[in-house]
Design a protein around this ligand. Sequence first.
Ligand SMILES: [Zn+2]
Length: 131
Amino acid sequence: MGGSAAETGYCPRVSPGRRCTRPACACAATATLTYVYSDQTAVLGPLAVYAEPHCYDLCAAHAQRLTAPRGWEVVRLVPDPATLGPSSDDLEALADAVREAARPRPLAPVGPDPVEIGRRGHLRVLRATDA
Ligand SMILES: [Zn+2]
């Protein structure tokens, strides 16, 4: 290991209000780590507006070195600073994709619409159309 991020001068102290939550690290937080215990997933995203339970602010250096507990998955919503250059559109597109995936899908139609061929009381006798 050797030296905290603060000692290396890696991270600028751009946000005096929010600090990295790692012990002995005084760098400004640039990302928020959220543990989703139900999914065993650690989500590293942009700095959260509000401090929430299971959320930990991290500086750039600690966010980069983040490792998940054994059996956990790490989802990074923050671009690697080394490959910086994405627009906010990329993040929005990603967020949209996540929302799209989470949205419940309507039931898929099964074949062509059945054709009503008769009624018996309150029951309808249906036959599928020949495609
Ligand atoms: Zn840190």
